[in-house]
Design a protein around this ligand. Sequence first.
Ligand code: AMP
Ligand code: MN
Ligand code: MN
Ligand code: MN
Length: 286
Amino acid sequence: MNTQSILNADLHCHSFVSDGTLSPEALASRAKANGVDLWALTDHDEIGGVARARVAALEVGMAFLTGVEISVSFAGHTVHIVGLGFDETNNALEQGLAKTRGGRDQRAREMAEQLAKVGIHGTFEGALKYVSNPELISRTHFARHLVESGVCKDTHEVFRKYLTNGKPGFVEHRWASLQNAVQWITQASGMAVIAHPARYKLSANEEYALFTEFKAHGGQAIEVMTGSHSAQECIQYAEVAREFGLAASRGSDFHSPDESRTDFGALPYLPGTLTPVWELLQARIQ
Ligand code: AMP
Ligand code: MN
Ligand code: MN
Ligand code: MN
């Protein structure tokens, strides 16, 4: 039994530096108010909020890890790799993230062109109104605009009808490679974690390849307790972590008080039979 598993760690969330709606400071306060003991901000492809998040976390007396969530293309699917506890001044990591962000503007313009073809006009400008970081326009910003302009009732409906594979506003995109993402993180002294593994529509063979290649590149953990998993999926991926000899992480994936189903600190603790990522990252906790 691992007694370290009884920790209210929340190691996955987003600020307005990517596709969340709150500032790093507001997130830190909310996490603290919800009883979080150890926190990481993991914006998509971007570490511009990390310094502010650290100051805010330390101010409210909450232990802190650096974090990021990197978009990866694997076997024709988009997979997310969370990095924790890295040195955020590492050059190769910063350059890799900048390159990963680089294609987002063009992709967003193409999404808007496709949506215009089905009669929904002005979505690039509309989405931009919700963007704080001009390098980080995301599908989430399109979704907020399409809800606000009355096209759909909520963001989930927007994704289902317009923004996922095969739907009118979806644009294929090449993100970072799995190897590069894992190595940018590990070479900056951080730990690579496969985010919400149940979310990907991978075949059994593709999933096996993802876990084995991830480990071969130096990846060490998967998210087991995440706001993106059902209770059953949490159990299933606890078993996968054991099978593959991977450590386990826990995080809400909080984006916004209005949209997120899981708030900070609200998930069950990790099962005591797994190694929590924070046990391996002790030297990196601030
Ligand atoms: P992007 O990185 O621009 O492709 O946007 C991906 C983001 O869209 C994810 O990080 C989620 O925040 C959001 N997202 C993806 N699928 C859904 C969904 N079905 N419902 C609501 N939000 C989603
Ligand atoms: Mn997101
Ligand atoms: Mn994700
Ligand atoms: Mn996320």
